[in-house]
Write a protein that binds this ligand. Structure first.
Ligand code: 5RP
Length: 282
């Protein structure tokens, strides 16, 4: 690996070998996803807690503070929409030059192994990797599962291994029974996608299980930004990924930050009411 590529990857996967990536790219095929209707408002309080942010270029340009230090893992595949039965018809949506213009630390592309568009999505991955090598930009392969595709060990191990064999620098996949086999047979770092919103404790257990079984971290979206308390949730996830917290300890962290922020909001409100009363005296 070239120095520039290694340097970019080290901004995403920290010195402990772990990362908490925040995925906010859902709109590229789902449109205005719950929790991302106003992506800028959602991202702002979470950004400093994320080791990396995974948005589309539209969201970067409209909704992310350009002064941020948080590295961007730019989603560069798309062309499909949730209205189609088969989601696998994706192409490249961003040139490497534009990714560089946006100062992306890495680019991300979905692959659909076993789908009608398997070959095209895999060749898009290899084209992207070739360009990434030219400029020192790492490539994240996302093993998309589509609407009708399985999520078992055999399928995910196959997809992750193919992605790594074709040259992906890191891979994102789903948790499954036998996850350790998926990790062991994938020679590059593997981050876990969060999936559908779960109750907070269950999402923290999922995170814990993935880390215990060898994941290099998470690239989590809905289980953070659709939480009742997203800022508390991302800190709880961080406690597991970076500080080896148990799910229960992380859940306690979640509850205490959530409670403190409610108290903070209440006292702010009280402050406003008090100053309004003060004003009305004059
Ligand atoms: C879809 C993606 C999304 O970014 C990611 O999977 C969504 O994150 P989450 O499932 O945690 O909401 O890559 O292929």
């Amino acid at each position: 690996m070239d120095w520039g590529l290694k340097n970019r990857l080290s901004r995403i996967i920290k010195s402990d070998g772990k990362t908490v990536m925040l995925a906010v790219d859902h709109g590229y095929f789902l449109g205005p996803t719950t929790g991302l209707e106003d992506a800028g408002k959602t991202v702002k309080p979470l950004l400093s807690y994320a080791d990396a942010l995974m948005p589309t270029r539209g969201i970067v340009r409209t909704s992310v503070d350009p002064a941020t230090d948080t590295p961007i893992v730019l989603r560069v595949s798309g062309g499909n929409s949730v209205l189609e039965e088969d989601l696998s018809n994706e192409g490249l949506t961003v040139s490497m030059e534009d990714a560089i213009r946006l100062n992306a630390a890495a680019v991300a592309i979905s692959i659909y192994v076993g789908s009608p568009n398997q070959k095209e999505t895999l060749l898009n991955l290899t084209r992207l990797i070739d360009k990434g090598h030219r400029y020192g930009i790492p490539v994240l392969a996302v093993t998309a599962v589509g609407k009708n595709m399985g999520r078992d060990t055999r399928y995910l191990a196959l997809s992750c291994r193919i992605a790594a064999e074709l040259g992906a620098h890191f891979v994102k996949t789903y948790y499954c029974d036998g996850f350790e086999k998926v990790v062991k047979t994938c020679p590059v770092p593997l981050v876990m996608a969060g999936g559908k919103k779960l109750p907070e404790l269950e999402a923290l257990e999922l995170t814990y299980n993935a880390i215990k079984r060898g994941a290099a971290g998470v690239d989590m979206g809905r289980n953070i930004f659709q939480s009742d308390a997203p800022v508390a949730m991302i800190q709880a996830v961080r406690a597991i990924v970076h500080d080896n917290a148990t799910p229960q300890r992380a859940y306690d962290i979640y509850n205490s930050i959530k409670a403190a922020s409610k108290r903070g909001k209440k006292s702010k409100l009280k402050g406003v009411t008090a100053s309004k009363q003060e004003l009305s005296k004059h």
